[in-house]
Structure formats: C-alpha cells, structure tokens
Design a protein around this ligand. Structure first.
Ligand code: 9MR
Length: 355
C-alpha cells in the first residue's frame, strides 16, 4: 500500500514538476540503464567507436581541448595532419610531426586512428599540382609518385591505423567520376591501384572509400555502389564505406540514410560515419540547437542500428575549432560543444542513443 501511494506521489510529482532533460536521462531503468557519463562510456555501451577530428596545433597548445578529446573519444582522425600537402610539402621532404603527434596521443589514450586521406584532389602539394600542370610530371611518373606516397605513408603507420580513407570524394555531385588529375592522367584504374598498394603496405588496415552527401544524393550513391561492386568483382581489397555526414539543419534530415547505408553494407562492407557535423544559419537559438541535437542523434542511431557500422566520428567537437564558419558565410555552431567546451543539447542527445 505504502509503495502504491509513493508510486502515485512520484507520478504526480513527475507530471507537476518536469525534471530537466539531463536528470530524466540519468533516471535508472530508462532505456535499460543509467545514461553514460560521457561519450567514451557510451562508446563502450553501444559498441561503436566514437571519434573526433583532431586539430594538431590545438592538441599541442590547449590543455582543455586535449583533456576533453582524451576523455570523450575512442577514435581520432587527423583533420589535416595526414594530407599530402602536410606530409610532403616539398618533394622528398617529409614532415610527419603533426601526423605522428595524432597517432602518439591516440596510443597513449586508448584511441583507434582513422588515416585521412591518401588520394584526394584537395590539399595536394604545390610541387605536384604544378608539375602535372606544366607537363614536367607525366603520367608514368605520376603513377610512381602516387604509389610511393601510399607505401610511405601507410607503411610508416603500419599496425597503428585501424582504417584508412584510401580514396576521398572520387564521385562528383552529378554522379560522374570526379574530374581530377588522378582520373585525367591515370584513368579510373587509379582507384583499384590505390587500394591494392595500401593493402600491401598494411594488410590489417580497413580500407575505405569516403564521400560527402552520400547519405542522400541518389546519383552519387549509385555511382559509388558501382565502384564498390566493380572493385569487389576484381577482388580489390576494399573493406569500408565512409559517410562524411556534413549536414545542415536548414535542409531536411536525410531520412533514407539507414537504407542507403544498408545498400552498402549488404555488399559486405563495414560502414563508418566519418566527419559528422550539423551546421546552422547563425544566430544560434534554442530551437535550432534542438533540431541539431535530433540530427546528430539520428545519425548515430543509424550507425548503431546497422551491425556493420563500427564508427561514428565528428568533424571536431568544439565550435572553437570547426571548418564551417570559414567555408559557409553566416553559418556555424556545427559541433557538439560550444567555444568554451560546454556541451550543447546535441551532446546529451548522443548520450541517450541506445542499441
Ligand atoms: O576540416 C578541414 C579544413 O580544416 C581544411 O581547410 C579543408 C581543406 O580542404 O578540409 C577540411 O576537411 C575536409 C575533409 O578533409 C574531407 N571532407 C570535407 C572536409 C571539410 O571540408
């Protein structure tokens, strides 16, 4: 009797005094257990790596950033540190310091690493693009240069990188093979070559094809599926599909994303969401933050619900370090914490995701 009365009182209280969202989420028993204290705990619970892009300069200089990164995340990606222009700015002169720092910090903090990225059309060193443009680097030499690059970089981190973005953004928004120096000079076979070389250099790394707008762009999805099928038919070692996950709340949420992911994982690939962020037109309002939280949550839930999706990585975890304001006029606030590392609603929404 007493228990019944107490129960009724508790219900009455719950109706009369709505608890703050955080208190409700930590109520034991809801969603089958206590809400995790942080993303690292969540990662263990849902068995999906939760990663972030890392800015190496900030990693070195900012203790708060470093502490948060290492407390919250079980996976990291160098935001720029492993790109070709960063690791070989002058031909034959290698600058691995940034990439090494990301890997070293990850190893010390029990984080896996995504290598990003081996073959892309952006952030190529000037010596390479200029040499191709003026004809001093011809096709056979370009192919050798690409091969060497892949062997050097993948070889250097052999055994230390869980997954490599071998090719990045190789399909354009119309679903055609992107018109890059690689396609122009080497033909479409450069993709298979890149995967084979990367596999030879590190046979245990998972090798990915990675792209943006792949959550919803039908032409891009179809073409990317064709590439994967073709590679698999040729027994090329490709293991994963990376959905970058750059969304904006001014666009509808891509509701087909779960079925799109399934079309790829049905081919036997593992999947990852590799660069998630959700931008908004400024100024920030509570309504916009709530929508952003919902988008983040749905992305992570899509990964959790697909048993082949193993990693959810955000493209930076604080609005103090995000590519968005520099690229989209009047937009920003795309990450899960504000400039002072205070969690936004999106952070709490991620913590509430369950298997
Ligand atoms: O976040 C990266 C930014 O700091 C660089 O200036 C930019 C240069 O191209 O690349 C950004 O990262 C991109 C990633 O490497 C590939 N997918 C799109 C990302 C956002 O542009």
């Amino acid at each position: 009797m007493k228990r019944v009365l107490l129960g009724l009182a508790a219900i009455a209280l719950a109706v009369a005094v709505p608890l703050p969202a955080t208190a409700m989420q930590s109520h034991p028993g809801q969603h089958g257990g206590k809400t995790p204290d942080n993303l690292r705990e969540l990662s263990k619970k849902i068995k999906v790596y939760i990663g972030s892009a890392v800015d190496v300069a900030t990693l070195a200089d900012d203790a708060g950033y470093r502490r948060t990164l290492n407390r919250e995340f079980t996976h990291v990606t160098g935001e720029n540190a492993m790109k070709w222009s960063e690791v070989e700015p002058q031909r034959g002169q290698f600058t691995w310091e940034g990439a090494d720092a990301v890997v070293r910090n990850a190893q010390r903090n029990d984080q896996k690493v995504r290598g990003h990225t081996l073959v892309w059309h952006n952030q190529l060193p000037e010596w390479l693009t200029a040499g191709v443009a003026d004809g001093s680097i011809g096709a056979p030499e370009l192919r050798r240069i690409l091969r060497d690059h892949i062997f050097k970089e993948v070889g250097r981190y052999r055994g230390k990188i869980r997954a490599w973005d071998v090719v990045n953004e190789v399909v354009d928004d119309d679903g055609k093979m992107r018109d890059t120096i690689w396609l122009q000079k080497l033909g479409p076979g450069y993709i298979a070559d890149a995967f084979r070389w990367a596999h030879e250099a590190d046979p245990h790394a998972k090798l990915y094809i990675n792209d943006y707008n792949l959550e919803w762009n039908a032409a891009k999805i179809d073409q990317t599926l064709n590439i994967v099928k073709d590679l698999k038919a040729k027994r090329v070692p490709i293991h994963g599909i990376g959905f970058q996950g750059h969304l904006g709340i001014q666009y509808d949420y891509p509701g087909d994303f779960p079925s799109v992911m399934k079309r790829f994982t049905d081919l036997g690939l593992e999947a990852a969401i590799t660069e998630a962020d959700v931008r908004m037109v400024l100024p920030v309002t509570p309504e916009k933050l709530a929508t952003q939280a919902d988008y983040y949550k749905r992305m992570l839930q899509t990964c959790v619900d697909n048993r082949r999706c193993v990693e959810f990585t955000v493209w930076g975890f604080t609005d103090a370090h995000s590519w968005v304001p520099g690229w989209f006029d009047g937009e920003g606030a795309a990450t899960i914490m504000d400039e002072n590392l205070v969690p936004k609603p999106a952070y709490g929404a991620l913590l509430s995701v369950r298997k």
